[in-house]
Design a protein around this ligand. Structure first.
Ligand code: RIB
Ligand code: CA
Length: 325
């Protein structure tokens, strides 16, 4: 099976790994990459995206600039997690690739209309571009097979105690997408936080000469400094790349179809994804007459970590010759 895919990214250490995985995986046909402000500002996201396509020796794939800020309220970036340049300071050369002259929304729309079959949108960033697409071209929804989004959590948050960064950054956009009626896969922190590379793998990658392997080593080895207490630590997650793994190898994950909503009210819980995990629903009607059921998403709640790492590294590096080839 081949998946026709549009990637929406805020590149980002783990978006970079996701892009390399997607363009190298034999069952994924990346039709376009659209960029949005998120982990870092849009200009840097664009530069990073083009450079990482060079590292992966990817064919020409149209890359377009999208939203420079969230729909309603401005939000801060996540450069403390990804480094000022968004790629952990690994110093990739600037790319000679050219950007599409189209806005991200127009590029998505063009590719959706041009495709023989509905496409999958894999959204690894705040959902601003996807929400704008659904508002500007509501009919485009029929051309979308599924939206797989990295975002949210059925447990802890990261941007706040309860909100994951992508949803927290643009909660209104996330609400538009979740309410769209399009089949949804939510790849949230419940699984995102679990798929981490081993230290010896990262060390071997960092010593490699092959560009993809060496770049992976640099990205996974990035040291973060906690903005609270100044602690320095590594957090070697494959992150967004796991959401792409979930598209091509859903058997590595446990999904549950669950009602999901986004908290939009100001306050501590703004941007939280509320995932209804009750054994039975319906009681809300007793307490709130007129209550309407929440939209459903296939929520990833468990993951085969070794299997996912094998898929990821097996696609990107020569594991037999170790990453040092
Ligand atoms: O919440 C984790 C953040 O880092 C998100 O932006 C995710 O997409 C990753 O890039
Ligand atoms: Ca991202």
């Amino acid at each position: 099976m081949t998946y026709g895919v549009i990637l929406d990214v805020d590149t980002g250490i783990d978006d970079a790994m996701a892009i390399m995985f997607a363009v190298r995986h034999p069952e994924i046909d990346v039709r376009a990459i659209t960029c949005v402000t998120g982990n870092v500002g849009l200009k840097q996201v664009l530069a990073n995206t083009l450079s990482i396509l060079d590292v992966a020796d990817a064919p020409q794939i149209p890359v377009a600039a999208g939203a420079q800020r969230p729909l309603v309220a401005a939000a801060r970036d996540a450069s403390w997690v990804h480094g000022k340049d968004g790629l952990g300071g690994i110093g990739l050369p600037a790319s000679a690739r050219e950007l599409s002259p189209l806005h991200a929304v127009e590029l998505m729309h063009r590719e959706l209309l041009a495709a023989d079959e509905p496409l999958t949108i894999v959204a690894l960033a705040p959902l601003t571009n996807v929400a704008l697409l659904l508002r500007m071209y509501p009919d485009a929804a029929q051309r979308i097979a599924r939206i797989v989004f990295m975002g949210g959590s059925a447990s802890v948050g990261n941007a706040t105690a309860v909100a994951e960064f992508n949803i927290w950054h643009d909660p209104e956009a996330a609400a538009i997408v979740i309410d769209s009626g399009i089949p949804l896969t939510m790849y949230g922190l419940d699984v995102f936080n679990r798929v981490a590379a081993e230290a010896d793998t990262i060390a071997r990658l960092a010593d490699a000469t092959a560009p993809v392997a060496r770049t992976l080593g640099g990205l996974l080895g990035f040291e973060l400094t906690d903005p609270g207490d100044g602690t320095v630590f590594t957090h070697p997650l494959i992150g967004d790349a796991g959401a792409v793994c979930a598209l091509v190898a859903p058997e590595l994950f446990t999904f549950e179809s669950r009602p999901v909503q986004v908290e939009l009210a100001p306050g501590f819980s703004r941007g939280q994804t509320m995932v209804d995990r009750r054994a039975y629903g319906g009681e809300d009607l007793v307490h709130e007459p007129g209550w309407t059921p929440w939209p459903l998403a296939d929520v990833a709640l468990d993951v085969d970590v070794p299997g996912t790492l094998e898929l990821f590294f097996g696609t990107l590096v020569d594991t037999a010759g170790a990453a040092a080839s």
